[in-house]
Design a protein around this ligand. Structure first.
Ligand SMILES: Cc1cc2nc3c(=O)[nH]c(=O)nc-3n(C[C@@H](O)[C@H](O)[C@H](O)COP(=O)(O)OP(=O)(O)OC[C@H]3O[C@@H](n4cnc5c(N)ncnc54)[C@H](O)[C@@H]3O)c2cc1C
Length: 289
């Protein structure tokens, strides 16, 4: 099938892109890497009057240090982010998760911001943004507002992004050097969306967990932050941690459902096991159950 006819705009600045989005009154759609949008256009599940290609806007490209965080321009290609030295140094959890986003070919076109903006519940990048405490810049002709990632995701593919807003930055706070990375995903094949996955980071000082950020993907209608598990971890001594009990707490914060890929029960069982393994490995805990 071919897309329905549309006008094509390729603005050179954020201001110009926002003006087009504002004047289109909901009839325009942004295209970044097109890895999700192109099939939707071809299937006519998306029928914008105007396609706004943000690929030429320099301000949306690349990775930089900002204060005590790292800013990822939304148009940064996933393949470039995978090789980025700043991300390797400051956000190893993001790099680990990116390695599981699609395939080499899709990462050459797909962008970090496209994945964050889309809000696919089983995708790695939205959950990583939630787990690491990222803040999203949403820009329109009215200005820029900052939204924490865990307030951005409302439902499956539903986000706080208004039709005239552009995601203009994803800023991840610093996690101290040497922090622990937790990542596990179960998918039918490498490069497929996860059936169940978890991602996060933790800091241990003198045998005490001082900071933790963890989120599920594929375990509910949005990425889900494991608030109960985070609360149980922070302030706890490593010697007293029970991976099995902690994993049950993590699952308590999930909301999996049945679909044609897997049942909710499968997701809960597998989720508990991968989370327990990730905790055991990260914190070097003994096998208990
Ligand atoms: C075979 C295949 C396998 C894949 N496997 C995975 C996988 O395992 N995990 C995974 O996470 N993804 C996977 N994907 C999707 C991934 O490749 C896409 O990159 C991602 O979902 C969307 O990024 P994009 O840059 O291509 O965005 P696009 O397709 O261009 O846009 C996606 C949506 O986000 C909006 N958007 C994009 N950028 C902005 C912005 N800056 N501001 C506002 N709105 C914006 C668009 O309007 C659109 O609605 C797969 C894709 C394919 C084709």
């Amino acid at each position: 099938m071919k897309p329905a006819p549309f006008d094509y705009e390729r603005p050179a600045s954020v201001a110009q892109a926002c003006r087009i989005l504002s004047e289109a009154d909901g009839g325009a759609t942004v295209i970044a890497g097109g890895q999700t949008l192109m099939p939707l256009l071809n299937l006519r599940m998306s029928q914008p009057f105007i396609l706004v290609d943000i690929g030429r806007i320099a301000a949306l490209q690349g990775v930089s240090r900002v204060g005590d965080g790292t800013r990822v321009g939304p148009m940064t290609r996933q393949a470039d982010a995978l090789d980025d030295p700043l991300l390797a140094a400051h956000l190893p959890a993001l790099v680990t998760a990116l390695g599981h986003v699609g395939h080499h070919q899709t990462r050459n076109r797909g962008t970090v911001g496209g994945s964050v903006a889309l809000g696919e519940p089983a995708a790695e990048m939205p959950a990583t943004a939630v787990a690491l405490g990222a803040v999203l810049d949403l820009t329109s002709v009215r200005g820029t507002r900052k939204v924490p990632a865990d307030a951005f995701y409302i439902g499956p593919y539903m986000t706080a992004l208004e039709p005239d807003e552009l995601l203009t930055a994803v800023t991840y706070p610093d996690w101290p050097e040497g922090h622990l990375v937790l990542f596990r995903e179960v998918a039918r094949r490498p490069g497929d969306f996860a059936l169940v996955g978890m991602v996060g980071a933790a800091v241990v000082e003198n045998g005490i967990v001082t900071r933790a950020g963890l989120a599920w993907f594929g375990m509910g209608p949005t990425p889900i932050r494991m608030r109960q598990l985070e609360a149980a971890l922070v302030g706890a001594a490593l010697s007293g941690l029970d991976a099995h009990a902690l994993a049950a707490l993590g699952v308590a914060d999930s909301a999996p459902f049945d679909d044609h890929h897997a049942s909710a029960e499968y997701r809960r069982t597998v989720g508990r096991r991968i989370l327990a393994r990730a905790l055991r490995e990260a914190f070097a805990l003994k096998e208990t159950a």
